[in-house]
Design a protein around this ligand. Sequence first.
Ligand SMILES: *Cc1c(COP(=O)(O)O)cnc(C)c1O
Length: 377
Amino acid sequence: MEVKLLDLVAQYDKIRSEIEGAVREVMESQYFIMGPKVAEFERSVAAYCGVEYASGVASGSDAILLALMALDIGPGDEVITTPYTFFSTVSSITRLGATPVMVDIDPVTYNISPDRIEEAFTPRTKAVLVVHLFGQLAEMESICAMADSRDIPIIEDACQSIGASYNGKKAGAFGLCGCFSFFPSKNLGGFGDGGMVVTGNEDIDSRLRLLRGHGARERYYHDEVGVNSRLDAIQAAVLEVKLKYLDEWSEGRRRNAAYYSEGLAGLPGVSTPVTAEGNISIFNQYVIRARDRDSLKSFLVSESIGCEIYYPVPLHLQKCFSFLGGAKGDLPEAEKASEQTLALPVYTELSGEQQDFVIEKIREFYAGREVEPLAGT
Ligand SMILES: *Cc1c(COP(=O)(O)O)cnc(C)c1O
């Protein structure tokens, strides 16, 4: 049996005619960049997240970059963030000449640790860039409290967490800016690249709109140097259709996650993901910790089970960031996570037989193997 890590064809099969109709409308209009479809989708995302404003941009990476630009972050400024995330969280900071201050993660949720943030504030801190990893929000209550008390803005990298909530509030609605990605493999994925920045602040929204269109309010009159980062109408049309199904799909992912966690319970070499108090996760990834992780991965791949390591190298140890002076041992929880974690297929359309097969093969791998139990769960 083959089990892909993600099967987008199964999702497309269910909404094919709706999507094709929406895309055809854009083609008939020949209105491809910005325009009414994009404006409609911006309103939909803002309403969905419970935030006033939303600006479509070209990718999640650009959403983060533009949010930092809108806050005038640059050389000499420090941004506190996590090393255990996708590359562009941190590269967006360095691209602006600012300094990322990476702090360690909570080993249970893999999200940035509030205690480590607390220690990292300096007079140069200009923002806290929080990532909601794998579909679950970071511990926003204490993070917001410590940032607010210092008047430091929070930017949320919610690229993996659209629709997730913490104490009833949606990802993206906590910070000054919330950043989303519509990369095809995200829970709300387009037919190409796309992104969005949401904010409750009108001035920030208008700055974002300025910056994404070369800094021009009126065509060919440039107030400042921005970038070309726009959402195109075909993506907006596809995403508007998909947004209606997002909650149902997230429910399916939670159901699949619960099924794995039950099926893998009691295996000494494995610990299953924990949803922290107050959170509703959208399980962008279902990530286990596993003893002999690399051998388990090879075994699963040999059995045609898709699985992936997010992320094999924490960002403080990346070659391109060596100028920041990070060294092995600096951020032990992030480093340990990069050695132990493995993501299993969790997409909505996964069948019970496929999940049983994955569980059976993981159990087979550990059968008769002496492994040290994993602490924690
Ligand atoms: C996907 C992702 C991004 C980047 O989004 P793109 O649309 O691929 O540029 C940034 N941060 C995190 C945490 C992501 O998962």
